[in-house]
Design a protein around this ligand. Structure first.
Ligand SMILES: [Zn+2]
Length: 75
């Protein structure tokens, strides 16, 4: 098992853990590129993902989170 697969499993296999995000999708859903770190939004732009505050978020949500404009509920 490779580390990338471990990470998908750890984060519930969602590309972005923000439930309100269009990229709150699982590996294998349309737009997600394999089990990699990229996905394509409905409007065609590609985003990566990274960890923000212990959560896996896409670039768009991560930027909003970093700017204090995205509040995430505690799990
Ligand atoms: Zn997102």
């Amino acid at each position: 098992m490779n580390p990338a697969q471990d990470e998908w499993t750890e984060f519930g296999a969602y590309f972005c853990t923000n439930p309100a995000c269009e990229l709150h999708v699982r590996s294998g859903d349309p737009g997600v590129q394999g089990v990699g770190n990229w996905a394509t939004c409905a409007d065609g732009h590609r985003v990566g993902r990274a960890r923000y505050g212990g959560r896996m978020l896409c670039d768009d949500c991560g930027r909003r989170w970093s700017a204090g404009r995205l509040s995430l509920e505690n799990e």
